[in-house]
Design a protein around this ligand. Sequence first.
Ligand code: CS2
Ligand code: MN
Length: 356
Amino acid sequence: MKLVLRWFPYGDDSVKLDQIRQIPGVSGVATHLTKIPAGDVWTMDEINMVKNEINAHGLEMEVIESLNIHEDIKKGLPSRDMYIDNYIVSMKNLAEAGVKCICYNFMPVMDWYRSNLMQPLPDGSTTMAYNHDEAVKLTLEAITSSMIEGSNDFSLPGWEPERFGKMAEDIKFYQNVSHEEFFANIKYFLDAVIPVAEQLDINFAVHPDDPPFPLFNLPKVVNNKESIDTYLNLNASKRNGLTLCTGSLGAGITNDVVDIANAFASRGKVHFVHLRNVRHTSDTDFYESSHLSSCGDLDMFAIVKALHDNGFDGYIRPDHGRMIWGEVGRPGYGLYDRALGAAYINGLWEAVTKLG
Ligand code: CS2
Ligand code: MN
């Protein structure tokens, strides 16, 4: 197991690589060339520039989060072949730079969403929260502007400005796309890229939909044990795996995350893990709690044990953290609470390893 932290290049992160290096047990970062729009090639020069900066701080760049998929691939348009070709060039360049794991998602139109990016908690910290009744009443404009306004002037992963212009039109388009058609588009993509991942010896790890229920009636197809099973069976290769994001899956009240971890880790399909905890305030509403089992609804020890006992040897990162100790930064991606999360994960991993 290798522990990493997410970090954003181009000076667009309040957290510095020197700080990340001082967190015990962290060997590298998961990063993303945020400058390059989805669909364009990640050139060797761009990749090496970011990699060199990371390596110069004594950290590795073995995980990419995310190599985003152009919307035309998700929609199954004829132009998808060109974007898939570009994607494959990026994969080859990343493998040449030593990348071992690529995280991505297949969420249509928009990535993760929270209705409140700064909900106060009784201990004085703030966190991200989701209220479904509030969210479904909002217009697309209200949703995008709340995400932009709440971002403290940092780019938000999955809310890249180039997406905004076409969102309304794309939402309309998906109203006529059945789950079967959407799955066929996924399979078309996987059948093109997974053989390349095999040749290059890199793992592919789909991130679950977050939150795991639909907004604007968009197809959500990676949100519980059954749908993950269907997704992973679309291409049987071990390289076609999962980012087990405990917070995203845990937001689904009926999901048993320990069982999901067991089911897919035992098949060698879990390549990357996002560990964080959530506390439900109703069946659909939740806030992101601190990482500890006692602070949320998930049994983090049991999840880590399930991974360990099934021989997991991929990458783990603490996922979103709260904002604590007065820190100001990108929502979910400050230093302090994620560093506490990393320390906790180190402790859990040492415990399950010594238990045997
Ligand atoms: C999410 C996503 O886990 C997360 O931080 O907020 O942005 C996630 O990185 C992507 O959906 C993965 O492709
Ligand atoms: Mn995640």
